[in-house]
Design a protein around this ligand. Structure first.
Ligand code: ASP
Length: 322
């Protein structure tokens, strides 16, 4: 990695690449300097970014944009790891985790939430309407109801039901996220004035233990935003991301002068070093700094993300450790 970074630095020196935002060998734009800029994990980031950009165009704030953007994914019936249509836990119950954060440090999250279609909006309500940061389980559900969120019937989507029935044949408990089974949406954005916000929402690890909570609702793990520095979000095996405080780590590395790309690479390096089975797991990070530069890095190949601006919205393959 070090070599690749050195190569990029050398090839950029004295060239116009930084200014034009040209694509490097991995397809990752190095320094687009485009604001507003929205980054979202995985290919479902494309429709999510579209909603986010439309929200900005309609005069919404960057916070509105990252909330509305991921709500699109929370409703996507093809998505098996975000929203109520996501794969259930071992008991056959789908439980949701979500977090939202503004660059001024305000944040809110919900964990282990049932029967609510838009956990991201409940997380925003926690941030705006309570003195707390996080509500979990039954308390989060009661709060959502009190805030006027409709309670959905507790039943699996046809796709999730079929997958769960198949899993039950063997009921093998493999709490692993590899390159096939992931999809949390993490979205980070910066507006034209440099204000930042982020959101992260998921049904978590498929067939998890009842009560398991991943990185996505943990501020600093699945999401962290600081207007003074930048923003980061994560996807993949939550336990490995929580252990290194992944998103907080990336923002702090950027505070110390690393580029978003260097910071994402260092976080993955640390995650790999702390994981016994790094070869079998997937985790990936996205970052932007306050200048609108971006970074992406994953443990395994296969991680991609959507980069949206007022001009374009496209899928980019992330470089990876292995
Ligand atoms: N990060 C999520 C979790 O561990 C899962 C994912 O990204 O698919 O709950």
């Amino acid at each position: 990695m070090h070599h690749r970074r050195k190569f990029i630095k050398q090839s950029l020196a004295g060239s116009a690449l930084l200014l034009t935002g040209s694509v490097d060998a991995t397809g990752l734009r190095l320094a687009p300097q485009e604001k507003p800029l929205i980054l979202s994990t995985w290919n479902h980031g494309i429709p999510a970014n579209e909603t986010a950009i439309q929200t900005l165009r309609a005069g919404g704030s960057i916070l509105d944009a990252v909330e509305q953007g991921v709500k699109t994914t929370e409703l996507d019936m093809d998505n098996l790891t975000v929203g109520l249509q996501g794969l259930p836990d071992r008991e056959g119950i789908t439980t949701l985790d979500a977090s939202i954060m503004k660059g001024n440090g305000e944040c809110g999250s919900v964990a282990f939430l049932r029967q609510i279609k838009h956990p991201i909006s409940v997380a925003r309500k926690v941030m705006e309407e309570t003195p707390h940061v996080m509500l979990a389980g039954e308390g989060a559900r009661q709060f959502a109801i009190a805030q006027g969120f409709p309670l959905e019937k507790e039943e699996l989507s046809p796709k999730a039901k079929a997958a769960y029935e198949e899993w039950k044949q063997k009921s093998q408990y493999k709490p692993i996220i590899n390159i096939e089974n992931h999809d949390t949406i993490g979205m980070i954005g910066i507006d034209a004035e440099g204000k930042m916000a982020g959101s992260c929402t998921t049904s978590g690890l498929a067939y998890k233990m009842h009560g398991r909570v991943g990185d996505s609702p943990i501020i600093g793990a699945g999401l962290f935003v600081d207007d003074e520095v930048g923003a980061a979000t994560a996807t993949g095996l939550g336990e490995t991301i929580i252990r290194i405080c992944g998103s907080f780590l990336i923002v702090e590395l950027m505070r110390q002068g690393r580029s978003p790309q260097e910071a994402c690479e260092e976080a993955v390096r640390r995650l790999v070093a702390k994981s016994k089975n790094a070869k079998d797991i997937q985790a990936g990070f996205l970052a932007i700094n306050k200048d609108g530069e971006m970074g992406a890095f994953a443990v395994q190949p296969g991680f991609n993300f959507a980069k949206g601006s007022l001009q374009s919205n496209k899928l980019i393959d992330s470089p990876s450790h292995f």
